[in-house]
Ligand binder design. Structure first.
Ligand SMILES: Cc1cc2nc3c(=O)[nH]c(=O)nc-3n(C[C@H](O)[C@H](O)[C@H](O)COP(=O)(O)OP(=O)(O)OC[C@H]3O[C@@H](n4cnc5c(N)ncnc54)[C@H](O)[C@@H]3O)c2cc1C
Length: 402
């Protein structure tokens, strides 16, 4: 059986390996000059391929998922798969799993080795422009060339990091068969914020719990290192909040502490709360607990000049100071776009596919990975979805072929 896979990303390569090993004649068509460009960029070049926690709340879609990626591609299935690739996985913070070499290249090389060992074929610099049904199979067009296949897997990715080759072109291939696309927006990305202080705070970091508010109500909260830039904020706890901002309409804001270790400094806390007194200037007092860029912000926000002795602050001034130190608020104006995002929220609507991700409009046509309306949380859940969906399709094709 001839199988055409459009897109040489993780999902295309995984489906390719499994189907070629089962004896299918598999060709991967990749528009770029090499496969796996995005995979190499994942996890800061280390490829966070999955997560120890596979509970179902980590994947999102407008419709119910056709199968639970954590149950279907369970820890055991995952171990079997990576064992066969010769890759040991190591666990880091928040259950994130990486190849033990901590190099994405290891995963890409192992997938390609396995694919070629099973006589798989790669055709790079071949952008598939259209697919049509023909003689019990499909005809793929790329410029002047056309290719026949009995079955086709569309694994063209979403729109995040378009320079890697996935720029949304794959959606059109499926729309031609009547498939619908849900609204798409960038996920796992930095938040854009408006504040006169951001230019000054650019490059600073704080550690703590960040809360996202929609119309004044707290809707999500994450903990970790928050990085401030001149136009917004990023860092691991911020990335997962992008989905909620992109998803809805409303007034969004975030708040986080400027410092998180005041409880370890009881003397400072007592002074701030007025239980003990110190005739030190406000600026010098703040200098002892905050980095100097933040001292400027606090003084300005609290309307203090800096020379005021701490023991002469009014209760209102103390209250304002305390609130600010524990909860610095920034209005959120949006999410940084697809050029910076790690995933596309939305994609081809799941209602058009069977439980094995086969098209309900064109049997023999399948879709895997990020091209579908499924996105996962930061922490390895998107590659896990790419693996699980590709595995599911390959298993279905192999089973039906027997
Ligand atoms: C910077 C960055 C870091 C990330 N880090 C992680 C991480 O650590 N862990 C994690 O789980 N997820 C991570 N992700 C998300 C993850 O990489 C993707 O969800 C996953 O790679 C999607 O795989 P895919 O096979 O569906 O698509 P892709 O990997 O996007 O592959 C699609 C391929 O199809 C090709 N293509 C597109 N259209 C055509 C066409 N018409 N003809 C031929 N070829 C075509 C593209 O060139 C591309 O090579 C990250 C994403 C980015 C951008």
């Amino acid at each position: 059986m001839k199988i055409a896979i459009i897109g040489g990303g993780v999902s295309g390569l995984v489906a390719g390996c499994l189907l070629a090993e089962a004896g299918c004649a598999v060709t991967i068509y990749e528009r770029k000059n090499r496969v796996g460009k995005k995979l190499l960029a994942t996890g800061n070049g280390r490829a966070n391929v999955s997560n120890a926690d596979l509970s179902s709340g980590h994947w999102h879609s407008e419709s119910p998922l056709p199968f639970d990626p954590g149950t279907y591609f369970s820890a055991e299935a995952r171990r079997e798969f990576f064992d066969a690739l010769g890759i040991d996985l190591v666990e880091e913070d928040r259950g994130k799993l990486y190849p033990s070499t901590l190099q994405a290249r290891t995963v890409l090389n192992a997938l390609r080795r396995r694919f070629f060992a099973a006589d798989g074929e790669e055709l790079v610099e071949t952008c598939i422009d259209s697919i049509e049904q023909s003689k019990g199979g499909f005809l793929l067009a790329s410029g002047e060339n056309s290719f026949f296949a009995d079955k086709v897997i569309v694994a063209t990715g979403g729109m995040a990091m378009p320079q890697s080759g996935s720029d949304g072109k794959g959606y059109g291939l499926m729309k031609a068969f009547g498939h619908k696309k849900t609204r798409t927006f960038p996920g796992i990305s930095a938040l854009l914020c408006e504040s006169p202080y951001l230019k000054h705070l650019n490059g600073t970091k704080v550690q703590g719990r960040i809360t996202l508010y929609k119309n004044g109500e707290g809707i999500a909260s994450e903990e970790g290192e928050i990085l401030l830039a001149k136009d917004g904020i990023s860092g691991p706890p911020v990335l997962d909040l992008a989905r909620a901002v992109g998803e809805g309409k409303g007034d969004y804001a975030v708040s986080f502490p400027m410092l998180n270790h005041l409880d370890q400094l009881p003397d400072y806390r007592n002074i701030l709360e007025g239980r003990s007194y110190l005739p030190v200037a406000a600026k010098d007092f703040l200098d002892g607990i905050l980095s100097n860029k933040w001292v400027h912000v606090v003084l300005k926000e609290c309307g203090l000049k800096g020379g005021e002795p701490m023991d002469q602050l009014s209760w209102e001034e103390r209250d304002r100071l305390l609130k600010l130190l524990f909860s610095f608020t920034l209005p959120v104006t949006g999410v940084r776009g697809f050029d910076y995002a790690q995933v596309t929220c939305g994609g081809m609507a799941l209602s058009g596919f069977s439980a094995d991700l086969e098209s309900l409009y064109a049997p023999g046509l399948y879709a895997a990975g990020e091209v579908l309306d499924v996105d996962g949380d930061c922490g390895g859940y998107n590659i896990h979805w790419a693996l699980a969906s590709a595995h599911r399709i390959a298993r279905a094709i192999i089973k039906n072929d027997k």
